[in-house]
Design a binder for this molecule. Structure first.
Ligand code: ADP
Ligand code: TRP
Length: 357
């Protein structure tokens, strides 16, 4: 008898195009596990609604990410690829699960505090300071500065995405681990409240090895949408070359074997991801003996990144033009994802006492 594959699920909010950080930190790893797990990858468009996007933009982003998923190697024959809003059972379960979620625990969630502070125009309190201003403003009467309830219940919706598929392995970035912890807590709470062994407790997917952190080109920190320092999979070669040539460096090593500053180390990190060991060694040696010319390094880096992104970019173009294919992929994904979601929801309604006469 073949062993049942473990259920893996991950989603990405449809808030913009995918960048090299998403590719190396997430997508490429998803592609690699498609044969060994029951993989489910979806586009979290309902989560994107929490920041009230422009409707046309939201729809365009869903289509973009779908094409970018497929062009990066996610295979609809191996993985279930779907759009969150195509699964109405998620919305219903979100209502049910919310009955077991505390507003206090949601308000204490780091991502909520960060996003709500942004809405209210508040700064984070200094270490040790109380968050009194935040709490006052949140329940305050100024209706111009509304923090929507969807933002508060974001973790409930994410828990539902996971629990409705009974996924046990959830690959996410570090910033999402708290949401995963809440998901486990909600699963445990539901099971113990109703005395059932219904929801499994999901954990982060361990890919082994050190996690990849793709740096930006602006000298420090990681590549990220909100940092405005991204190389996108859809960037044309000439755009990409320009971005790389403008990357921050320093005045260059003055003595042999000088320690490397962060902006330069970041370029090497990108080179290690995209280039051959020989090329990396060539530039490392040149840095060590002070003969390095950053212009040459950048030129090489740009071409190596283009070698990775260009085939993907061309596939994105082809896939975007094939509306029939896109429709087939999401219809098939929705059918599979809904089958499992409907079973979970039906049983959950039973457990909670919502039963037919
Ligand atoms: P962003 O930070 O651009 O908003 P998301 O938070 O939507 O990206 O991330 C989606 C996925 O891509 C997550 O799994 C996250 O860990 C991964 N990811 C995003 N940026 C990077 C990065 N710079 N390096 C490695 N992985 C990243
Ligand atoms: N909240 C996740 C993010 O911002 C996206 C997401 C929504 C997700 N539902 C999920 C990730 C379920 C994993 C599993 O990145």
């Amino acid at each position: 008898m073949t062993k049942q594959k473990e259920i893996v699920l991950s989603g990405i909010r449809s808030t913009g195009n995918l960048h090299l950080g998403n590719y190396y930190g997430a997508l490429r790893k998803f592609v690699a596990i498609q044969d060994d797990y029951d993989c489910n990858f979806f586009i979290a468009d309902l989560h994107a609604l929490t920041t009230n996007p422009d409707p046309e933009q939201l729809h365009a982003n869903v289509k973009n990410i779908l094409a970018e998923y497929l062009a990066s190697g996610l295979d609809p024959e191996k993985s279930t690829i779907f759009i969150q809003s195509d699964i109405p059972e998620i919305a219903e379960m979100y209502l049910l699960l919310n009955m077991h979620v505390g507003i206090g625990e949601l308000m204490r969630t780091t991502s909520f505090k960060d996003k709500a502070r942004k809405c209210l125009g508040l700064k984070a309190p200094a270490d040790g300071d109380s968050d009194e201003a935040f709490e006052k403003e949140i329940i305050g009467a100024d209706t111009n500065k509304r923090v929507n309830a969807g933002l508060l219940t974001y973790p409930t919706l994410m828990a539902v995405d996971i629990l409705i598929q009974k996924a046990t392995k959830v690959p996410v970035g570090k910033d999402q681990l708290q949401h995963l912890e809440l998901t486990r807590r909600f699963a445990r709470r539901f099971n113990s409240f109703y005395g059932v062994d219904f929801f499994p407790e999901p954990t982060d997917f361990d890919f082994g090895g050190a996690p990849v952190k793709v740096p930006g080109l602006d000298g420090s920190g990681k590549m990220g949408k909100s940092e405005g320092n991204c190389i996108y999979l859809v960037d044309e070669p000439k755009v990409l070359r320009k971005k790389v040539m403008r990357a921050v460096t320093d005045e260059g090593p003055k003595e042999p074997n000088s320690p490397m500053r962060e902006p330069v180390a970041n370029l090497f990190t990108l080179l290690e991801l995209t280039s051959t060991p020989e090329v990396v060694k060539h530039f490392r040696d040149a840095y060590a003996d002070c003969s390095i010319r950053y212009g040459d390094l950048k030129k090489q880096l740009a071409e190596d990144i283009i070698a990775v992104t260009e085939p993907i970019r061309q596939r994105i173009g082809d896939i975007m033009a094939d509306e029939d294919f896109l429709r087939r992929v999401v219809a098939q994904g929705a059918e599979r994802a809904r089958a499992r979601a409907a079973d979970t929801l039906a049983e959950m309604r039973q457990i909670m006492g919502i039963r037919k006469f």
